[in-house]
Design a binder for this molecule. Structure first.
Ligand SMILES: Nc1ncnc2c1ncn2[C@@H]1O[C@H](COP(=O)(O)OP(=O)(O)OP(=O)(O)O)[C@@H](O)[C@H]1O
Ligand SMILES: [Mg+2]
Length: 320
């Protein structure tokens, strides 16, 4: 399908731990449409960050991509050589990481972050060009150009996050993966950052994967929603469809337990029970121990993702 900018097929990623293999992403297939904002939601530990990192082949050891394909422009990112994936990172596909320690270097001025970034990708770029392009980006982000000479600690949390987002979009990527871009911020700043991301998306024609715990954030910002549970994709559909009628009992649980999600409930509210142990997962559907609608078949095998009128869901209630 030519409207897909990214095609993830049967992706599995695992971390080796002393207790066994943690199946963090298990046989996930999903396509990202050009120009959309895909909201990726799920409880903590469901594999959202691991999926984002796998797209750029940045899963840290002891993690490993076990199988699958990720097609971008007809090329399987999991099979290109290191040099090619390095060129794609930042320039074609860029990521705002969840881990704040990987954001700004406290010893480098804001300016130097931009210089380093541009130089890495365009070794011959002149100082003047770096300055012009960086200031243009800062302007876009609503940061006064004097801030260019500041160190990160001189900026507020919200401004730091803007700079960090600026670095992620500086090379004009086609796809931005934003992993919990607002969790560390207070609600007002969060709203500003989300507005900024929305504006950048429109102005730069970005496709975005927005990873979040916050149902309010997807309600306001996503076009389509993908729900992960215990490393599995359990449902994906347009925001309107999911909100009107969540199909998967897990998604239904998310909404029932967060009736106020449109009024900015911060986090996914808890559903009774615990997510499963990913080293020794339960047999059958991974959600069955917590599922109010389970029946015999659910105890045997995890359901495949099936198409239900253009939406996808992995649940035997709908076939499979
Ligand atoms: N370095 C690691 N070593 C071992 N296990 C890991 C490592 N990183 C992640 N995991 C495990 O992989 C699973 C998926 O983690 P991941 O960080 O992708 O989830 P997440 O959905 O992003 O969670 P959160 O919402 O808390 O950010 C979890 O069970 C986690 O414990
Ligand atoms: Mg995460």
């Amino acid at each position: 399908m030519s409207d897909n900018i990214l095609d993830i097929q049967r992706l599995s990623v695992a971390y080796q731990s002393p207790y066994g293999l943690v199946r963090a992403v298990d046989d996930v297939s999903i396509s990202i449409l050009k120009g959309e904002v895909l909201g990726l939601v799920g409880e903590s530990g469901s594999g959202k960050s691991t999926l984002g990192l796998a797209i750029l082949r940045l899963v840290p050891p002891p993690g490993r991509i076990v199988k699958g394909s990720i097609f971008y422009n007809g090329v399987d990112l999991l099979r290109v050589d290191d040099e090619t994936i390095q060129k794609i990172r930042g320039r074609e596909i860029s990521m705002v990481f969840q881990d704040p320690s990987s954001s700004l270097n406290p010893l480098m001025k804001i300016k130097d972050h931009f210089i380093e970034l541009f130089r890495t990708h365009e070794p011959n770029i002149s100082d003047k060009d770096v300055e012009e392009r960086s200031i243009e980006i800062l302007k876009r982000l609503g940061i006064p150009s004097e801030r260019f000479n500041d160190y990160p600690h001189q900026l507020s949390g919200g401004m730091k996050q803007r700079v960090y987002i600026g670095l992620a979009i500086a090379l004009n990527p086609k796809i931005l993966i934003a992993d919990e871009p607002t969790t560390a911020l207070d609600v007002l700043i969060e709203a500003q950052i989300l507005r900024l991301l929305n504006r950048l998306k429109r102005e730069l024609n970005l496709t975005m994967i927005l990873i979040t715990h916050n149902m309010g954030v997807v309600a306001e910002n996503a076009d389509r929603i993908a729900v992960m549970y215990a490393g599995k994709l359990v449902e994906a559909a347009s925001k309107e469809e999911i909100f009107a009628e969540p199909l998967h009992p897990y998604t239904q649980g998310l909404f029932e337990s967060a009736p106020n999600f449109l009024r900015r409930v911060r986090n996914i509210a808890s559903i009774p029970g615990e997510p499963p142990d990913l080293i020794n997962p339960p047999s059958g559907c991974l959600f069955n121990p917590r599922c109010p609608k389970r029946f015999d078949k659910c105890l045997k095998e995890h359901p495949p993702l099936i198409d239900v009128g253009g939406r996808i869901v992995a649940c035997y209630l709908y076939g499979g």
